[in-house]
Design a protein around this ligand. Structure first.
Ligand SMILES: [Fe+2]
Length: 329
């Protein structure tokens, strides 16, 4: 009886989570802008998992070491910002991020719905945050997720590079329970965005970097082929792999579309806390982030963040920041 009830509930959840009857918006409405700076420094931090029971000041002091070392032009948090957090905790973290006087943005992870507020509430807050926050999600649209937008990096009046932020969603409650994936309407959105930006750029594809939370299923091929040195795959940073990659068990072949469009050269995600390798596969960097706190599960020598240095020729280099809580005792 209980099982039946749960199955019915999970079926209903699935219907709610996978339906997307919102309005269609012009792709231009999803695009924000900021200036490109030579050797632009983009700091990725991830999986902070802050909650009400945490000593926030201790975690802020710990992250402060990484942020100061990075000296970023932009901070991107790639999901799982919170777990069992209230609105007050969320606001305190955003105030902390905002205090550096540099632009910052976020996307969400699967755990961000396990809080005392809704992801929609957080999106509304960030949409109207102002100050140094650069975030925009259209909440009544037909694109799944709560954080799908692009930041055009402008140089000499043109779009130099595009940073694409997407929501890899949370959980799948269909015929099995597991992590969710990018939906077809998000893949179509990505495709339209790349096409639109190319058209605006005189028919030349604009290179892009993509930020999200849950790795794509091809993460396993990327790692295995880089390890074997097959098909041109290689490690940009071998780092550590201490756990099985946990991508969703189903998807709509987003990676094939990414390869087909020829814009994205690097993908930056989190989710698996004790993996931090970067494997280049089919010409695209699959890059795990470096976890930013010791919340939930972690490895002592794998906490801090990573600076992505975006150069004038569109290449990137990486600076890993590793720190321990011993430094904030
Ligand atoms: Fe996480």
């Amino acid at each position: 009886m209980l099982k039946k009830g749960l199955m019915l509930l999970s079926g209903l959840c699935s219907l709610v989570l996978t339906s997307c009857a919102g309005a269609q918006h012009n792709i231009s409405e999803y695009i924000l802008e900021m200036g490109y700076k030579e050797d632009m420094r983009i700091l990725q931090i991830t999986d902070t998992h802050l909650g009400d029971k945490d000593d926030l000041e201790k975690h802020f002091k710990f992250m402060d070491i990484t942020i100061k070392e990075s000296n970023p032009d932009l901070i991107v948090v790639t999901g799982d910002l919170f777990t069992f957090a209230s609105r007050t905790t969320a606001k305190r973290f955003f105030k902390f991020l905002d205090s550096y006087g540099v632009k910052w943005t976020v996307t969400y992870g699967n755990h961000d719905e396990q809080c005392y507020f809704s992801v929609d509430w957080m999106t509304g807050l960030l949409n109207n945050y102002g100050s140094n926050c650069i975030f925009k999600d259209i909440q009544d649209d037909d694109v799944q997720g709560n954080a799908n937008f692009a930041i055009n990096l402008k140089k000499d009046g043109k779009v130099f590079e595009q940073l694409i932020v997407m929501d890899s969603n949370r959980y799948y409650y269909g015929d099995y329970f597991g992590y969710d994936c990018f939906k077809q309407n998000q893949i179509d959105w990505y495709s339209n965005l790349v096409d639109y930006t190319k058209e605006q750029n005189g028919g030349v594809t604009v290179p892009s970097l993509l930020f999200y939370h849950i790795p794509l299923p091809e993460i396993n091929d990327a790692y295995d082929k880089a390890k074997a040195g097959e098909n041109g795959a290689h490690f940009v940073y071998e780092g550590q792999k201490n756990e099985k990659a946990c991508p969703p068990d189903y998807d709509f072949h987003f990676f094939d579309k990414i390869v087909e469009k020829g814009s994205t050269t690097g993908m930056y995600f989190g989710h698996d806390h004790v993996n931090d390798f970067i494997a280049n596969y089919k010409g695209i960097d699959f890059a795990y982030g470096i976890k930013a706190t010791d919340r939930i599960y972690y490895k002592e020598d794998m906490m801090g963040g990573r600076t992505i240095v975006l150069k004038n020729d569109h290449s990137v280099s990486y600076e890993n920041h590793y720190h321990t809580y011993e430094e904030v005792k």
